[in-house]
Write a protein that binds this ligand. Structure first.
Ligand code: VG1
Ligand code: CO
Length: 543
């Protein structure tokens, strides 16, 4: 076996987004494209010789091929060992768990998360550091800088490694240990939650459905929910991961998880429904004919956290991404703990968790997590809910309604306009920035704009500054409209419009969110000139 040094030319477009580099599969299939990016990672992270790396992905199309290339490149770049998930599988939270548990130097996760998979769909790759979390912006910027002047990469000339059975093989001087992708993660879950109480709940006729959407969480949900917790066979739907997710869009929301939604809103609906995304880090929580918004879910988990054994001693603090509703802030205030507001993307939570400042964190985009790993964690959120349901013995809906009665309700919705021409999307954002001075102080019906800005974040731990994280229109009554361009899309630009209104009056809590937010939606469309600039008269997805 010999190490080859292969000459290459830089690609100009290898800038990692919100969560790693995501492109269509044919882009990754260009000669040297994946190799360039992997070598740029290795050149930037400065792993000591003999270091251990974790490697796995969500099983989508190109996963198996990419893993073989990365293994051979890791061997040629001086790594001593790679822990690889069997079959190339590791969910994002499981990869984070394994990196931390075995104290490795870091890991590479192959996923485009909630984006569809298949030969013409999306693929992605990201590096996670030794804390188990996505590389910080300093690291991703270094990787991008390197990708722009790379001239060669190193790869071992070798046969492919057998990945379908646990065991250890050598690849040159590097050990490849194929591990069970589920066991370490399932053990961690068992250490956090009251499995006895959940098992009793599931044995008492309480019915659940978990839709794995043919994505990575299938084997995890099957092992934990059906095997360890005794949920009846068939409680986990679409449990076999497929390279194209069965042609579906593995994003757990009311639009894309429609099969589950039909079950949960149908006759004889089960008591609890949940789904997770392509790489297993997102979650959607449903009760019988009842949808829990991700922002509310974070707030409810925070308010009830001490019911779960792993959180019995309380929370150090809570963090949420800026567009996420302020429902969690109200809980933090009541618990007298700090609440941090970060830019979108999990990489910003890592520093706060490492410094012991927060225990729970969440995003409006169906992401919730805690300091047990350094990624958001779909199945963890499901188990947390089940633990609370087992302890409180109340339906999901009444737990949420009681929460609103106590804290008030933050009506919330997000409108996504996908695949816009980039010029139109950038023009709209620029138009909003240009309007800041004229908008501040303006009255729209019962809403008055207090301030407008482009969100900027100073990390309280390392002082690093992240600018231009979303345009905010902040109203005098605490309502908010936020405009942001997605950093994970691969097709033109995706504009996200986030809407939030706070309602203390319990007699208004029964309203539908779209109804309650009607006026704010009209204001958002008006001030952004959305239809005029994009030609769209309705969003692609409403969540
Ligand atoms: C989206 C979400 C963001 C999330 C990111 C990664 O980013 O809005 O909250 O952290 O996806 O999620 P953007 O830039 O498209 O808005 V996932 O499940 O890819 O790991
Ligand atoms: Co994901």
């Amino acid at each position: 076996m010999k190490i080859l040094t292969v000459d290459t030319c830089p690609f100009p477009d290898q800038k990692p987004g919100t969560s790693g580099l995501r492109k269509k599969v044919p882009v990754f299939q260009q000669p040297h494209y994946l190799e360039n990016f992997v070598q740029s990672i290795f050149d930037s992270i400065q792993a000591p010789p003999g270091a251990t790396l974790v490697l796995g992905g969500d099983g989508r199309y190109y996963n198996r091929h990419a893993i073989q290339i990365i293994l051979k490149m890791a061997a040629a770049n001086g790594f001593g060992k790679v822990l690889a998930g069997r079959g190339g599988i590791l969910s994002t939270p499981a990869a984070s768990c394994v990196i931390r548990k075995y104290q490795t130097f870091g890991g590479i996760i192959l996923s485009a998360s909630h984006n569809p998979g298949g030969p013409t769909e999306d693929f992605g790759i990201k590096f996670n550091s030794s804390n188990g979390g996505p590389a910080t912006e300093t690291v991703t910027e270094a990787i991008f800088a390197r990708s722009k002047n790379i001239s060669a990469y190193r790869i071992l000339e070798a046969d492919d490694v057998a990945l379908d059975q646990a065991g250890t093989t050598m690849l040159g001087n590097m050990q490849v240990e194929v591990i069970d992708p589920v066991a370490d993660y399932a053990d961690l879950m068992e250490s956090l939650f009251d499995f006895g109480a959940i098992r009793a709940l599931l044995g008492s006729g309480f019915r659940i459905r978990f839709d794995a959407m043919h994505a990575v969480n299938g084997p995890y949900a099957w092992e934990i929910l059906e095997q360890r917790l005794g949920a009846p066979a068939g409680s986990v739907l679409n449990a076999v991961p497929l390279e194209d997710f069965g042609g579906g869009h593995p994003d757990p929301n009311l639009t894309y998880a429609h099969d589950l939604v039909e079950i949960m809103y149908g006759a004889d609906a089960p008591d609890f429904g949940a789904a997770s995304d392509g790489d297993g880090d997102r979650n959607m929580i449903l009760g019988k004919r009842f949808f829990v918004t991700p922002s509310d879910s974070l707030a409810v988990l925070a308010a009830n956290a001490t019911l779960a054994p792993g959180y019995r001693s309380g929370l150090a603090g809570i963090a949420r991404s800026m567009p996420t509703s302020a429902a969690a802030d109200r809980v933090a205030r009541a618990l007298n703990i700090p609440c941090y507001e970060t830019p979108t993307g999990w990489k910003f939570f890592g520093n706060l968790m490492d410094a012991g400042k927060v225990t729970l964190c969440g995003e409006e985009s169906f992401g919730t997590g805690s300091s047990h790993v350094r990624e958001k964690d779909g199945l963890w959120a499901v188990l947390f809910w089940l633990n609370i349901l087992a302890a409180r013995k109340q339906p999901v809906e009444s737990i949420v309604r009681e929460h609103w009665a106590k804290f008030g309700r933050n009506f919330y919705s997000r409108y996504d306009y996908e695949a816009l021409p980039s010029d139109a999307a950038n023009g709209l954002m620029q138009h909003l920035r240009d309007s800041f001075t004229s908008l501040a102080g303006r009255q729209f019906g019962r809403y008055a704009i207090q301030t407008c800005d482009d969100f900027s974040y100073t990390d309280p731990v390392d002082g690093s500054i992240s600018k231009n994280q979303g345009v905010r229109l902040l109203f005098s009554d605490g309502s908010r409209i936020i405009f942001r361009l997605s950093g994970t899309g691969t097709d033109g630009a995706t504009l996200r419009v986030y809407l939030e209104a706070y309602e203390a009056d319990a007699s208004m809590h029964h309203l539908d969110a779209q109804q309650a937010l009607q006026e704010l939606i009209a204001i958002a469309l008006q001030v952004s000139e959305l239809e005029l600039r994009t030609g769209r008269n309705k969003p692609t997805v409403i969540t």
